[in-house]
Design a protein around this ligand. Structure first.
Ligand SMILES: [Zn+2]
Length: 290
């Protein structure tokens, strides 16, 4: 896999962009604060799929708690693969990079988060933020050797979640935030897709030659090595993208710039009003021409 920092930073960069691209009229973010919450959730969710690896550093985010969650996730994933495998799939002995690395898991996580936010509003957002920021912070930090590092991670994410709870206005906790979880998970999957092993993105629903748990891979020349030069270049690129976007969001110009960069139109405008204006303009033009 690409390293934790690359996963976390790519999640933040993509989260910031997506939060801005989706228009408010479609239920998108409404405030700069909500944009940052969206990015925080996406950054943490970009580590979420690797909770299926008890040995991964992200599984130490909240010490014994995430270790237990991780072991549970890995076992469930392994069982799930063995129950659903095709006749040509080998028996699964380790659930890492299986069930949690599918687009179905990414969609389910987003739907689950959206339902939670729909039911519990701000409380659910803060809960998700606390948990996911823990994963994100753990992912961002380089390897630590100390066994107690999870206490620092827990304290830091609790402090950040508390600050958001206290200072962010009520209207910044929309249901739309749930989609950040799917965005983060999909970004993680793209990162893993770029490695030699690939990911079972469509398993187990899309069988291929008797296999249901086949891995989607990029052509060899495009695959990268964890912590190799390409990984570091990606990390640098995502870091620049995050810093630039934070500047734009803070200055209030982000949405305009992002929408201008897109090759297609995404802003849901009021068609009646626009058509009316065009029509009027045309009318006037015709009226004035000789
Ligand atoms: Zn992974």
């Amino acid at each position: 896999m690409v390293m934790g920092p690359t996963h976390a930073m790519s999640g933040a960069a993509v989260g910031l962009a997506v939060a801005q691209i989706l228009p408010e009229q479609w239920g998108g973010v409404t405030t700069a604060e909500e944009t940052f919450i969206y990015a925080g959730l996406a950054a943490g969710a970009a580590l979420l799929p690797d909770l299926d690896a008890p040995s991964a550093t992200v599984s130490r985010s909240f010490g014994p708690v995430t270790q237990v969650i991780s072991r549970f996730t890995e076992n469930i994933a392994q069982t799930f693969v063995n129950v659903t495998r095709g006749r040509k799939d080998k028996p699964c002995k380790n659930g890492h990079r299986t069930a949690t690395h599918t687009i179905w898991a990414a969609l389910a996580a987003g739907v689950g988060a959206t339902a939670l936010i729909g039911a519990f509003g701000k409380t659910a957002v803060i809960g998700l933020l606390f948990f996911l920021l823990g994963l994100g912070i753990r992912g961002l930090l380089p390897e630590w050797s100390k066994k107690t590092d999870w206490l620092i991670v827990t304290g830091l994410s609790a402090a950040l979640a508390y600050a958001v709870w206290s200072y962010v206005p009520e209207e910044s906790f929309g249901v739309f935030l749930g989609s950040a979880i799917t965005v983060g998970c999909l970004t993680h999957m793209l990162g893993d897709l770029a490695t030699k092993q690939g990911i079972p993105a469509f398993a187990p629903l899309l069988p291929l030659k008797g296999r249901r748990w086949w891995n989607l891979k990029l052509p060899k020349f495009l695959s990268i090595r964890a912590n190799g030069p390409a990984d570091r270049i990606l990390l640098a690129g995502f870091t620049i993208a995050v810093i630039a976007q934070i500047g734009l969001v803070a200055s209030g110009n982000m949405r305009d710039v992002m929408v201008d960069l897109l090759p297609f139109e995404v802003v849901a405008q009021d068609p009646g009003q626009d058509l009316g204006q065009d029509y009027l303009g045309q009318d006037l033009g015709l009226g004035l021409s000789p």
